[in-house]
Design a protein around this ligand. Structure first.
Ligand SMILES: Nc1nc2c(c(=O)[nH]1)N[C@H]1C(S)=C(S)[C@@H](COP(=O)(O)OP(=O)(O)OC[C@H]3O[C@@H](n4cnc5c(=O)[nH]c(N)nc54)[C@H](O)[C@@H]3O)O[C@H]1N2
Ligand SMILES: Nc1nc2c(c(=O)[nH]1)N[C@H]1C(S)=C(S)[C@@H](COP(=O)(O)OP(=O)(O)OC[C@H]3O[C@@H](n4cnc5c(=O)[nH]c(N)nc54)[C@H](O)[C@@H]3O)O[C@H]1N2
Ligand code: SF4
Ligand SMILES: [Mo]
Length: 740
């Protein structure tokens, strides 16, 4: 029996995926004894998945870096923070002085969205660097959706999400929330919500080249040829017009471009495009009728619809269907959250705004347009390799592992070796950071306070929650926000020992003055005693849509009130927000943005593209997260998971056996995989999870290296991109396969 009197309870929002579950931790002597779902959490209500419990393993992982590493004579040596920053100061500013600011590139990876210090401060660092060469996981993920909602609704983060708790019909395309726990849709316990929806008589339909866990738990599943979604969606929209099913209802007065959409989809009768997406015309028309006929319906698409050649068009068409059927912004349809802080669609003048623009710059080598201030991640290697004015010679990576996460990692790895200087802010010595000259360790999530900046902006319900650090931090280890500020100070020539806290005070004061003008002194006085992220969170909450406005709305919220509420503050179900949410210059929903209509020419050209005999797609798994959680014992145990799922007919044709090894050839490279024969697959399609391939020399991931798995991205072509968003094509690459 563990004596209970010295056990304390702490709460923490899980930073490992977009579901943002509230966790309850039991702690004794500053060691975690157990982690479970926090029943009182107003948002996640006790839900937890196996990854949440792995935060203990992550905290205790002996391979997790705790002190900086500096490479000397080709070998990493432990260094003090002073030594590490001194090394960066010795090498970075001279390089910037000699080669210009664009010579330093910045990559930002997925965990940055889940770490307040990284998320709130990377833009400070990017500004200090002043380089046009910024790359992030967004162009391996959701950039197409950001571009489409930006063009339609006026802001990059105005994603509509299914109002699943009141919906009657849900069409899920290329997403597997049962495993991923939702994405661009913060929805803990999708399983429970889907079950409740079906128990109410609601219907869930899934479109996916694999019969996924989500499909298993749905009413109907249709296979689709990978990359065929744009044809399917155009066919759906065509059918809605063709069969007189267009009824935007109250949205009609807030729309621009309905007629242009009708004309644009005329050529895409389901009968014409059906073969291209490997669905039947009658199924496509049937789905159109079901959506239109349902009382309240929502269409939702995720990774499968983004990581393809027509990612932006797919993302757009999904919301076009939500609009045309009157389901956008209505209860039970696809609705917008109203986040308590940091949401641009709650700030400024309601109802219109500047909208979004793209292509203000072009990448130097490929001429790829900037989107949201970034170039495509798949352009990183060529920017390092190609000599000339503006060549990238130094790189900073923030929680980013492109050697595994981006297509053609071998090329990226070779490019990283050519850099003059590389710094990584990361928690592991892994496939990417092994190339660095200096690694600055980020903190364990348990030692960090947490507030989700992004995810409440597309959540299933409105809420305000905040977590304090659960465990004390080693005082010599700066929090990530201070690491980024110090890097910014070095880039700005203020030196490695600059007073970053004072810089931050000045910065905050400037921000407050810009935001509230004459009231700034009162706000600054009320913020005394807070610093760093906490001060920014308090300001954002108090000036946000539910805020107390520093006393002007006394029943409004503040950071103190949120922290006092066990389990957070519930802010209610989603509410209709159009037109108030719109930030387009017209103040309307732009249903037919010019650049999207123009892109249909590419669709026409691709209509006749023959289907390759065999293609490869990705797959997420419950006990894994992207490229970096394979070193944690509770997740790594059990059956080997990096298997290639192959349909029995393909296995028979290719002579592959269940459990046997096979070689996959694609994009000029090859990987060896373990075969798993599975009826779940669409014939002609192979599924392999991403983020594996932990057998590269020089990494320090002892457990992951025992069963390294194969890297799917090695056999994907880094030239495949959606030209509008710059997003990589990660789905549907042609491969050949034979038994070994
Ligand atoms: N083929 C294929 N490729 C894909 C995908 C796919 O579906 N198929 N998915 C893509 C998607 S959606 C994404 S988001 C990307 C993700 O790719 P990345 O952006 O590279 O993100 P991760 O793989 O999660 O790697 C995260 C890095 O952050 C480090 N890290 C983890 N926690 C912390 C922390 O708290 N602080 C710091 N400083 N560092 C930390 C890890 O050690 C690791 O180096 O992969 C993409 N790649
Ligand atoms: N357990 C776990 N959870 C995660 C992650 C993880 O690695 N593990 N990663 C997190 C991240 S970074 C993200 S972005 C989200 C992603 O969240 P989801 O998008 O829900 O994740 P996936 O499981 O990759 O689902 C994509 C689905 O698209 C299908 N697909 C592939 N190609 C096509 C196509 O051409 N058309 C169609 N219609 N479908 C296609 C795949 O078979 C797959 O079922 O998950 C997050 N949550
Ligand atoms: S679903 Fe996501 S947020 Fe919830 S416990 Fe699992 S990893 Fe954490
Ligand atoms: Mo992602």
């Amino acid at each position: 029996m563990i004596p209970q009197d010295d056990v304390r309870t702490a709460h923490r929002i899980c930073p490992l995926c977009e579901a943002c579950c509230g966790l309850e931790l039991k702690i004794r002597d500053n060691r975690v004894i157990s982690i479970r779902g926090h029943e009182e959490d107003v948002f996640s209500r006790g839900y937890i998945c196996p990854k949440g419990a792995s935060l203990k393993d992550l905290h205790e992982d002996p391979d997790r870096l705790r002190v900086p590493l500096v490479k000397r004579n080709g070998r990493f040596e432990e260094a003090s923070w002073e030594e590490a920053f001194a090394e960066i100061e010795r090498r970075l500013p001279p390089l910037m002085a000699e080669h210009g600011k664009d010579a330093v590139a910045l990559t930002i990876g997925n965990p940055s969205a889940h770490k307040i210090g990284l998320l709130l401060y990377f833009s400070r660092l990017a500004k200090a660097l002043g380089s046009r060469n910024v790359f992030s996981a967004s162009t391996l993920d959701q950039m197409p959706k950001q571009l489409s909602v930006g063009l339609m609704f006026g802001h990059w983060l105005s994603f509509p999400v299914p109002d699943i708790v009141r919906s009657d019909y849900l069409l899920i395309i290329g997403g597997n929330p049962m495993v991923s726990n939702g994405s661009l849709w913060t929805v803990p316990d999708y399983r429970g919500k889907a079950k409740a929806m079906r128990a109410r008589g609601g219907r869930i339909v899934v479109i996916d080249p694999r019969r996924t866990e989500t499909a298993e738990a749905a009413d109907k599943h249709h296979f689709i040829r990978p990359g065929g979604d744009v044809f399917f969606l155009l066919g759906l929209v065509h059918a809605l017009f063709d069969e007189g099913l267009v009824r935007p209802g109250r949205l009609a007065e807030h729309l621009n471009g309905m007629e242009a959409v009708r004309e644009a989809v005329l050529p895409y009768a389901p009968e014409r495009i059906a073969a291209r997406c490997a669905m039947s015309a009658s199924d496509i028309r049937g789905i159109a009728r079901e959506i239109a006929g349902a009382e309240r319906a929502a269409v939702y698409g995720r990774i499968g619809t983004c990581t393809q050649e027509f990612g932006t068009l797919c993302s757009w068409l999904i919301d076009v269907i939500n609009v045309l059927t009157g389901n956008l912004d209505r209860e039970g349809g696809a609705m917008f959250s109203r986040a308590p802080a940091f949401a641009a669609n709650t700030l400024g003048k309601p109802g219109s705004g500047k909208g979004v623009s793209v292509g203000r710059r072009k990448s130097r080598v490929a001429g790829a347009p900037e989107v949201m201030g970034e170039f495509p991640m798949a352009c990183l290697a060529e920017e390092i390799e190609t000599p000339g004015e503006g060549q990238v010679r130094a790189l900073l990576t923030l929680a980013s592992n492109p050697v595994l996460s981006a297509p053609n990692g071998a090329r990226i790895a070779a490019a990283l070796d050519r850099l003059d200087f590389m710094v990584s802010v990361d928690i592991y010595l892994n496939e990417t950071t092994r190339h660095a000259d200096v690694i600055l360790p980020g903190s364990s999530p348990l030692e960090d306070l947490h507030y989700d900046v992004a995810f409440p902006q597309f959540a299933w319900r409105n809420a305000a929650r905040m977590s304090e650090a659960v465990l004390p931090r080693d005082p010599s280890h700066p929090p990530e926000w201070q690491i980024l500020l110090r890097l910014a100070a070095i880039a700005e020539g203020k030196g490695a020992d600059a007073d970053v806290l004072r810089m931050e005070d000045e910065n905050f004061a400037g921000e407050v003055r810009r935001a509230v003008g004459e009231h700034a002194d009162a706000v600054l006085a009320a913020s005394a005693g807070l610093d760093g992220p906490k001060r920014q969170i308090d300001f954002a909450l108090r000036m946000g849509p539910y805020g107390d406005q520093y006393g002007r709305r006394p029943d409004g919220i503040s950071l103190a009130k949120v922290m006092d509420a066990p389990g957070g503050i519930d802010l209610g179900p989603l509410q209709p927000r159009i037109p108030e949410l719109l930030r387009t210059p017209s103040g309307k929903i732009e249903l037919a943005p010019e650049m999207l209509l123009a892109d249909l020419a590419r669709v026409d050209a691709a209509l006749e593209a023959p289907a390759p005999e065999l293609v490869i797609i990705g797959r997420r798994q419950v006990r894994s997260c992207n490229s970096w959680m394979h070193n944690l014992p509770t997740l790594a145990k059990g059956a080997f998971r990096c298997t290639a799922l192959v349909h029995p007919s393909d296995a028979a044709r290719l002579g592959l056996t269940d459990g046997g090894m096979a070689r996959v050839d694609g994009a000029g490279a090859r990987i060896d995989v373990v075969v798993q024969v599975s009826e779940e697959m669409m014939p002609g399609v192979v599924s392999l999870p991403h983020g594996w391939g932990h057998d590269l020399p020089g990494a320090r991931l002892s457990l992951a290296a025992e069963r390294p798995g194969a890297n799917i991205n090695a056999v994907l072509d880094d030239g495949g991109r959606d030209p509008l968003s710059g997003n990589s094509v990660l789905s549907g690459g042609a491969i050949a396969m034979h038994a070994l």
